[in-house]
Each structure stands twice: as C-alpha cells, then as structure tokens.
Design a protein around this ligand. Sequence first.
Ligand code: SAM
Length: 428
Amino acid sequence: MNPIFSPSLHIQRHQFVIDFVRKNKPKQVADLGCGEGKLLKQLKFHRNIELLVGVDSNGAKIKKMRHRLAPLSTDYLQPTYDQLRVELYQGSVTQRDGRLRRFDLVTSIELIEHLTLTDLECFASVVFGYMIPASVIVSTPNSEFNALLPGLTGFRHSDHKFEWNRSEFRSWALKVCLDYGYEVEFTGVGEAPQDQQESIGFCSQIGVFHRLQGNDHCSVLHGSDVEEVFAYTLVYSVNYPSLHDSNTLRKVLVSEVLHWAEHLKNRWMKEKTGRTNDVLPHRQTEQGALEELLSESHTPTSCTETLDCPVDYCDRGDVEEQEGAGLLWANDPQQQSGTLNRYVLVPLAVLWSCCPKIGELSGSLENLRHLLMDHPQVKLTQDGSSLLVKCEEQDPDQVDGGLEDDEDFRAVQRSHRAEPEEDWEANV
Ligand code: SAM
C-alpha cells in the first residue's frame, strides 16, 4: 500500500514528528504504541531530548527494539554534554503510570485505530486527563483516502477496530479538547492528487494537541495520589554517557591528557635526541578502547583532533617563562634494580595551553590537577605541577651502549640535570 508514496507513508509520519521536535525542542518525549522503535531510534539523535520513553503492549516488540536504542560506540568514545535517558515499557495505553506524567510531548502514531471504542475512551482519559503532556500528536488513517489505495477492500490492517473519515476524527478530537482542556490543529501526511486534495484529504490524518494554559484538570480529576500508579513494566533503560557525569568526564580528560603528554614527549625527545619512544602508546585503537570502556576497567580515548601543537611551543617564551614550564628528563626514584625507568616531565601548564579540549574539559589548571590527582593511570610529580610520562624501560647496560653514545642525548641530560629535576627528586 505504501509504495504509492515516496518517501513511504510511515517515514512521512515519523518525519512529521521529527520536524515538530526540531521546532519545539521538547525535553521529555514518550511514544505510545512505539512498535519496534523506529521513531524512537531517530528521536534519540535530537540533542534537546533528555528523556525518551517508548510504550507498547507487545513485549516481544519492545525486547527486539532494545538494541536499536542502546548507545553506540561513538557515544562512549566521544561523549558530549548532552544528557539522554531511554526507557522502554511494556504496558497498555489504557492504563495509568505515574512515570509518564507531564511530559513535553506524547506521540501516538497509528495506534488509536487498534483500540476498541471502550479502550479509546480510556486512552483519552489516560493520555489527556492523567499524563497531561504539553503536546500530543495523534495520527490515524483517513478512511476517505482508502478509495485511492489500489486493491484495498475493508480496513488497511486486519487488527484495525475502526478507520475514521475526517469528520469523525475531528469530532473525537474536539470532544477530547473540551473534556481535558486542550486545543487541536488538524493536518496530515500522504497527499492525494492535486485535484482531490480538498475533497479527500491526507492519507494519514494528524491532530496536534496543545494543553491550554492554566489547565490543571488532572489534579481536579484524580486527586493528589496520582503519582503512585506504576502499571507498566520497565523492560529496558539506559543513561547515555555524558560529560555532565563526573566519572565520564574524568575518563575522557585522562585519556586526552595521556594522549597529548605522550605526543609532546615524543616530539620533544625527537627534537632533543633524534629518537622517539613509541614503546608505551597511550592511544589505543577505537575497538580496544571501547572494549575496555565497556568492561569499565579502563579509560577510553576520544581525541581525534589533528596533533598540530608543535613541541617547540613548549620551549617558547610564553610557556618557558613560567617556572618549570619546559619538558625535562627525570629518573624514577622507586626504580627497580636491573632496569632504568626514565620519565619525561610534562608540565600540566603546557598540556593545558597546548590542547584546547583539556582546557575545555577541566575549566582551570587547578581543576585539571585536582581531576588527575590519584587517578591510577596518571603519575604526577609530588607538587602536582607535572605529569611523569614513562619512556621505555631500559636495561642500564643497553642504555650505556645505546643512548649514552648519543651526543645530543647527553647534552639534553646535562642541560636538564639542573635544579627542577633535582627539586623533583628531593620532593619525592
Ligand atoms: N507507532 C509505531 C509506528 O509508527 O511505526 C507502530 C504502530 S503499529 C501500527 C501499532 C502499535 O500499537 C503496535 O506495536 C501494537 O503492539 C501497539 N498497541 C496496540 N494496542 C496497544 C495498547 N493498548 N497499548 C500499547 N500499545 C498498543
């Protein structure tokens, strides 16, 4: 039936809701009779929505849609400040549930025609009289259009209990408005040929209801204990990762800091010694990072910016003038015998200046220090001013025969064996 429309009729109905959401920016949205969640799946990408709820009486459909609404890997790897919670309930729209009250928007797309007329009365009382959302979008077939649907005899679907013409839908909608304090606009999707548009109307007719200002029918009708009813079964719920959550923010920040510190260290070592040290890469593949994140055991990486902060920035006047601003060599004071753990000190001030995202996430240098302090993946100097970034673990003999041969390296060691490094060692 649908192929006579392009895009198909169900896509046009969902697009109607999406356009409404774009324009009106509701924060709490519930889709009643959500089926397999195709509309919800699209709505979850709308940043203004903070709570997205789906309800359907068919438990199998609800279970099937869970994977559609689960966060994607990018939601974990690059969380934003947006907050989104998704909840899916199995339940009937003829029953009240206090968790769905006072939403900004409730949608009922091609649902009411599946209800008996008795259930339709309950639906009106539950949705308009009890949930009292600010707006409601109801779509239902327009029976006047059926004559244009090729090969159709009877209703459009075997489960339909009725199909209304425009006048019948209008009467029902206006009565709802009168009973529960709403106003309604009529429109639709799926246009008839131009010369029949007026006489036939849209294939799917739509009523957009708005609660009238000052309308508080609910408390009058149902008393003060309305919040207590929980008739629906919660089948699935998820909070999307958000930078408003301090754990998520810290994970992203640490990942960013480790990545940039490693990068700065490598650039600096290359410049000073002609060598790089890629032995301990902090940046991981996306898949690896995701797996660790999902296991909650490790911090994901999220930085995708081009690494264009030149290391000589760290030696430039504006940074170098700050005490201890440049990168330095340091040896591990808790060094195990047989190995030489060498570190590069990367001042937090340098990280803060080099990477805008670190500044954005932490807000201030002091806060950055605070957020990194005691994190198991981060080693700070005792005064908390610099990050210790490990170089490869070297056997001392190898170091002697390798790096020590390097004139540049020795020059760097000499030049940095001055006060800051000793200060650090004394502190530790
Ligand atoms: N709204 C979806 C869409 O636009 O694709 C699905 C519409 S489908 C034609 C109607 C849905 O309403 C079905 O998923 C059905 O299980 C659900 N439904 C029927 N009666 C219901 C009731 N009393 N309470 C909740 N959902 C119901």
